[in-house]
Design a protein around this ligand. Structure first.
Ligand code: S3P
Length: 437
């Protein structure tokens, strides 16, 4: 659990105005540490997310014998030890709140010559790990979990891994990445096939580190026995963090905000498509590449939104943005239906249940379904909501509060530091009403 205040008071707000760059991408930052650690040579990472999740991953690799320097905030120099250079840790490895950290690390550690234990905070300790234990076990790994396939994970080393041709039952970049990372240490080919394409940062970054890999949406293949070569990694600004301001500026009359250099990987920008379907006014300016990733400046202006049926094909491309989308739907005219998003129930909190409880407390008509929700837009009132320690829930209610008729008290917000340190200051700089940090 991160340090920080336990609650915020937010809204009602006035128009958002201004320009900013949100912090670095969480997914890319985790992977930069991991591949940098396993590479030959020294990797410089710029734009690194100084969040609790990504710092936990860096600490884990330090505990595995990797030297990591912080020459300035949001920079890391990772002294790679090579594929076989990690050292046995002396204690359990703490992944904090990070599902990405734990699941990808399990893939890295499954093929090592030593035992290791991965632990996490209360939220991570409730998140399903069978989805990675099953394929890694099929590759020859030996991993024990608690009842129900929950953390801690006890990984028994000295197992020789064999490549696998694996069709993931859930669309999960974390599962895909765990299998591919284990595949680095495996004999033969490792193939992952997905029911819907998910974010491809592991594949892109493996290629950037010189590992031969073939990939296309929903498919990846690599073979063991190569070498990762250190490189520079420029981390783009996190689309998932930008998402809160895209929604806030869309729903508060008079707003106009420019978000600089936002990562625009198409596997991440489903929310942009969904908001545009709802009538949002968001313009992409100066599209370009930074460090091998597409980025653009996004200019968002207030626009009246209307409800939509969120297209199923967009769901994996906006899986982290549903809390923000629920707020956009609450502020829209008419009905929004979300389905095919059952994965939301196993994120940092059950995001369908926590958003439904919070929106209802603010007077919004929302009905839960097993894999989504039906939201009827209308006035948002003041009240008290509980974030259940989930960073994205806390920030989404800070956004909802800007359209609320009265103040919103938002509890259990300290974990915002896992993905978006400095959120309150940046939000206030745009004119959002949020206090408590
Ligand atoms: C992530 C993948 C997604 C996402 C998470 C980060 C990643 O999880 O929700 O925040 O970096 O691979 P799933 O792949 O489990 O959907």
């Amino acid at each position: 659990m991160s340090a920080g205040v336990a609650s915020w008071t937010a809204g009602p707000g006035s128009a958002l105005q201004g320009e900013l760059k949100v912090p670095g991408d969480k997914s890319v930052s985790h992977r930069a540490i991991m591949l940098g650690a396993l590479a030959e040579g020294t990797t410089r990472v710029t734009g690194f997310l100084e969040g609790e999740d990504t710092r936990a991953t860096a600490r884990v690799f330090e505990a595995l014998g990797v030297g990591i320097e912080t020459p300035s905030p949001s920079e890391r120099i990772v002294h790679g030890v090579g594929l076989h250079g990690l050292r046995a840790p002396v204690a359990a490895l703490d992944c904090g709140n990070a599902g990405t950290g734990m699941r990808l690390l399990a893939g890295v550690l499954a093929g090592q010559g030593f035992d290791s234990v991965l632990v996490g905070d209360a939220s991570l300790s409730r998140r399903p790990m069978r989805r990675i234990i099953e394929p890694l076990t099929a590759m020859g790994a030996s991993i024990d979990a608690e009842a129900g396939g929950l953390p801690p994970l006890r990984i028994h080393g000295k197992k020789s891994l064999q490549g696998i041709d694996y069709s993931t039952p859930v669309a999960s970049a974390q599962v895909k990445s765990a299998v591919l990372l284990a595949g680095l240490h495996a004999r033969g080919d490792t193939v992952v096939r997905e029911p819907h394409p998910t974010r491809d940062y592991t594949e892109r970054m493996l290629a950037a580190f010189g590992w031969p890999i073939e990939f296309s949406p929903g498919f990846a293949r690599l073979a063991g026995g190569h070498v990762l070569r250190a490189t520079r990694v420029e981390v783009p600004a996190d689309f998932s963090s930008a998402a809160f301001f895209l929604v806030a500026a869309s729903i508060v009359p008079g707003s106009e905000v420019r978000l600089r250099a936002v990562g625009m990987n198409p596997r991440r920008t489903g929310l942009l498509a969904a908001l545009r379907l709802m009538g949002a006014d968001i313009v992409e300016e100066a599209p370009r590449e930074d460090g091998g990733e597409p980025v653009a400046d996004l200019v968002v202006r207030h626009a009246p939104l209307h409800g939509i049926d969120v297209p199923a094909a967009l769901v994996p491309d906006m899986i982290d943005e549903f809390p923000a989308l629920f707020v956009a739907a609450a502020a829209a005219k008419g009905r929004t239906r979300v389905s095919g998003a059952g994965e939301l129930r196993v994120k940092e909190s059950d995001r369908i249940a926590t958003m439904a409880a919070g929106l209802r407390a603010l007077g919004v008509a929302i009905q839960e379904t097993p894999d989504g929700a039906v939201i009827d837009g209308g006035p948002i009132g003041g009240g008290s909501v509980d974030s259940h320690g989930d960073h994205r829930i806390a920030m989404s209610f800070a956004v909802a509060a800007q359209r609320a008729g009265d103040r919103v008290e938002i509890g259990d917000v300290a974990n915002v530091a896992t993905s978006f340190p400095g959120f309150v200051q940046l939000a206030r700089g745009l004119g959002m009403g949020v206090e408590g940090a």
